[in-house]
Ligand binder design. Structure first.
Ligand code: ADP
Ligand code: ASP
Ligand code: MG
Length: 472
């Protein structure tokens, strides 16, 4: 068995039959030289549709939920028909897909009946897309003459029970993945695992959070001591900014774990925020490459990325975020407000993206993703109910019309004036700054602005630091 590669294909890279065929070709080429474990996302858009179906069911609209599931069944059937020509294989996969869909139908019917959608049920419904795409990808690989088998990651990745954002337990995951996958790899079989999902030790299905297939790939990469992890997507690599917002963004050839993690954490959708956690310690390199242009080299994320170039490397923005502020003059006398605020955010597992507090301690502002905002505010109102009643805490307010922009580059430390240049450039363009934060690592300067000024802020900063021109 040669060195092991874990390869992940995102939603657009398995978006239809021709994309799946292209992905299968990439795997087949790689499998000639290496042992390969493949991780797949759902076909693009499918997870969104499944969640939509679950929401219809929750509202009691069983028929609308069923209509979505029917449309998804047809979509996968079309892909199956154009990918798999062997009758026996086709019948076997069709039956498997029917079983998965039947589970989805039953869950949507039950949900519609009760008008209640538990996080646990939502996880199972959201998982259907990966459980449908993995048999398709495995059969496409088989069609090109390489043995392959679809595997549900509930058999591989063991997580805690935090539905919707579960965390892997690496020790057991390592044991399970090795026991299940090693024998296949030794026989030259390419396992095609479902991304995005895992299961608790008791076997209850969980999901790792939206976009979590990237995380699945590095979890498996670490668990199997892979030589490298390759994330195949629809862009050439990690770019200097989101190409949808900054058309002149360029591909970065090499980037450090820390820089890539900052970008992912601050909204660069190309990587799930936790993607690099599992691989940093073992220094397993992660590549981001374009499945539509596999001849291009892509971006390599490594430890050495650190010594490359200097100054600002890339920009990113998070838009679906909400500013929450807890305060009022009364909080000056309450020494535990900060502690209680952030124990509350931790309890509801809202990840806090940025914190700012004025020295007079009148007001604590912090930012969470908009999806977490409502439950965070509800939990805070509960925690501070007494203080609000006695006006020690005067307000807990939210502002959803904001965005965070982050300027990232590991070697920014020691280069004076980056913050100054950023803020004067923004000032010239009339972008109003609401809050500013710089981590002590100095590999990130982030600022909060009004959402409507994001594009201007990104374009201005990109130009200011010559990211469109200089090689990094
Ligand atoms: P996949 O389905 O392969 O997981 P995603 O849509 O989740 O792909 O992520 C890829 C997308 O991330 C790109 O199409 C691009 O629009 C977006 N993106 C945002 N910021 C960046 C960046 N800095 N570099 C590259 N892509 C980025
Ligand atoms: N299919 C899942 C999602 O859309 C996971 C992923 O694509 O990474 O969130
Ligand atoms: Mg993704």
């Amino acid at each position: 068995m040669g060195p092991l590669q874990v390869m992940k294909f995102g939603g657009t890279s398995v978006g239809d039959a021709s994309c799946i065929a292209r992905a299968a070709e990439i795997v087949t080429q790689a499998a000639r030289k290496n042992a390969c474990v493949v991780v797949v996302s759902a076909m693009s858009g499918v997870t969104n549709r499944l969640i939509e179906a679950a929401r219809h069911a929750q509202a009691g609209n069983a028929a609308q939920a069923a209509a979505i599931l029917d449309a998804l069944t047809k979509q996968h059937e079309v892909a199956l028909t154009s990918l798999v020509f062997n009758d026996a294989d086709r019948a076997r996969i069709r039956q498997r897909m029917e079983e998965v869909m039947a589970e989805g139908r039953r869950l949507c019917e039950g949900t519609a009946l009760l008008r209640e959608l538990t996080p646990r049920t939502l996880d199972v419904i959201s998982s259907l897309g990966e459980r449908l795409s993995s048999p398709l990808v495995a059969s496409a690989i088989k069609g090109l003459g390489t043995m392959s088998k679809a595997i549900e990651a509930t058999e591989l990745i063991v997580t805690d029970a935090f539905h919707g954002s579960a965390e892997p337990q690496m020790g057991v995951t390592r044991e399970k993945s090795q026991t299940r996958l090693r024998p296949l790899l030794e026989k030259g079989i390419v396992p095609v695992a479902t991304g995005f999902i895992g299961a608790t030790a008791e076997g209850q299905l969980t999901t790792l959070g939206r976009g979590g297939s990237d995380y699945s790939a590095t979890i498996l990469g670490a668990a199997l001591d892979a030589e490298e992890v390759i994330i195949w997507t629809d862009v050439d690599g990690v770019l200097t900014a989101d190409p949808r917002l900054v058309p002149e963004a360029r591909t970065i050839p090499v980037i450090s774990y820390r820089e890539a993690a900052e970008l992912a954490y601050f909204g660069a959708k190309v990587l799930h925020p936790k993607t690099l956690n599992p691989v940093v310690q073992a220094a397993i390199p992660v590549w981001i490459r374009n499945s539509f242009a596999p001849e291009r080299p892509g971006t390599k994320i490594t430890v050495e990325g650190r010594s490359m170039g200097g100054g600002v490397k890339a920009l990113t923005a998070i838009r679906d975020v909400t500013l929450i502020s807890v305060g009022g003059p009364g909080i000056v006398g309450l020494p535990d407000v900060v502690g209680r605020t952030f124990s509350t955010t931790a309890e509801v597992r809202a990840s806090v993206l940025l914190i700012s507090q004025s020295s007079s301690q009148n007001d604590i502002c912090f930012i969470v993703s908009t999806a977490d905002a409502q439950r965070t505010v509800e939990a805070l109102r509960k925690e501070f109910a007494q203080d609000l009643a006695h006006h020690n805490v005067e307000h807990i307010t939210t502002d959803p019309n904001i965005a965070i922009v982050a300027v990232v580059g590991e070697n920014m430390r020691g280069i004076p004036g980056i913050a100054g240049r950023t803020f004067s450039a923004l000032g010239r363009e009339g972008v109003n700054l609401i809050a500013i934060a710089q981590g002590s690592s100095e590999s990130n300067i982030s600022f909060v602005i009004e959402e409507k000024t994001v594009k201007t802020a990104l374009m201005t900063t990109h130009r200011e630091f010559g990211l469109d021109a200089a090689p990094s």
